[in-house]
Design a protein around this ligand. Structure first.
Ligand code: FAD
Length: 287
């Protein structure tokens, strides 16, 4: 099913997972999918080479399993920075053969050890290419605080409009910790003429190391209240996790009460965390 049609019916609640590294037993991701199934997300997106990782199972393979075995819609992430037109065509053919209908078209993170290929400079180039070469539902990434390489948030939103015009039908945001940043971003995108659904990306804080790594990778800012929580529980991993989960739940409830189109949880393949958050949010808000 094309996931964009779900936004016409309801507020969307979705998850992100990543393919395990070759050193992790492949069965682990399938256990995670089993555990996520009864939470009935509207879709699960599957990353591709995020943070320069080499996966042990392919994104397309996991998407196919999600759909055929678990009956869950999937979105395959597809970064283009290290691809040629020929290699993207082969991937589109693989998606088609496996019944994958939804693609998150990305430029991808720069890998210092790899010279980027030249066929696709920006995600918008990939969006146009996919549009010309198949009947896929295409999503894009967006950045409530601006993409780290953009000169300003305003400039980033201008480029985002070009990407949407190239054929994107829904957007998923980078993680953020201050909902006010997201609401300001929604006002800016609306004023720029971007009228497609924008899902809010939320990453629950479960440990200090992982959040420091994510924040340094994506440049999300830490609001004072969260910084205080992190400082208070810096030597108490269990309390930090509990406080981090409560923070994420509050963030999500506030977003849903403000009428956002959807919420996308970066699960980090932790089904217990996804379950705790989903069940807690559902006690308060219908999703
Ligand atoms: P683009 O939309 O191309 O934007 C990149 C930069 O170029 C921005 O600064 C933009 O303002 C600028 N720009 C765009 N068009 C122009 C133009 N015409 N002229 C000048 N500047 C321009 N990475 C992975 O490798 N694998 C993944 O699975 C993955 N999943 C992700 C999922 C989400 C929801 C998000 C938010 C990010 C994900 N990423 C992933 C990271 C992403 O690849 C990086 O953030 C990357 O640096 C930018 O990708 P993009 O598709 O947003 O790029």
């Amino acid at each position: 099913m094309k996931v964009t049609s779900i936004f016409e019916q309801k507020r969307v609640f979705s998850f992100e997972v990543f393919p395990p590294k070759p050193t992790t037993p492949i069965a682990q991701i399938y256990e995670t999918l089993n555990a996520l199934q009864d939470l009935q997300p509207d879709f699960i997106s599957v990353t591709y080479g995020a943070g320069g990782s080499t996966p042990g199972a392919s994104t397309a393979e996991i998407c196919e399993t999600l759909q055929k075995k678990h009956g869950i819609n999937s979105i395959a992430h597809l970064p283009c920075i290290n691809e040629t037109k020929e290699s993207v065509l082969a991937k589109l053919q693989d998606f088609r053969a496996r019944g994958v209908e939804n693609i998150l078209a990305l430029r991808g993170d720069r890998n210092p050890d790899l010279e980027p290929k030249t066929d696709f400079k920006y995600a918008a180039d990939l969006v146009e290419f996919i549009r010309e070469n198949g009947d896929f539902d295409i999503c894009g990434a967006c950045y409530p605080e601006g993409h780290p390489e953009a000169k300003s948030l305003a400039e980033d939103v201008r480029h985002l409009k070009e990407k949407v015009d190239a054929g994107v039908s829904h957007l998923i945001s980078q993680l953020f910790f201050n909902n006010q940043d997201f609401y300001r971003f929604l006002e800016m995108t609306d004023a720029a003429g971007i009228k497609i659904p924008i899902e809010a990306g939320i990453m629950p804080i479960t440990n200090k190391k992982s959040i420091e790594r994510m924040v340094s990778l994506c440049g999300a800012s830490i609001p004072p209240r969260l910084a205080k929580l992190m400082a208070r529980y810096s030597d108490d991993a269990q309390s930090l996790k509990a406080a981090g989960l409560e923070y994420a739940i509050e963030q999500i409830i506030d977003l849903l009460e403000h009428g956002v189109s959807g919420v996308h949880i970066y699960t980090m393949n932790n089904a217990d965390v996804a379950r705790y958050i989903t069940e807690s949010v559902r006690e308060c808000v219908k999703i």
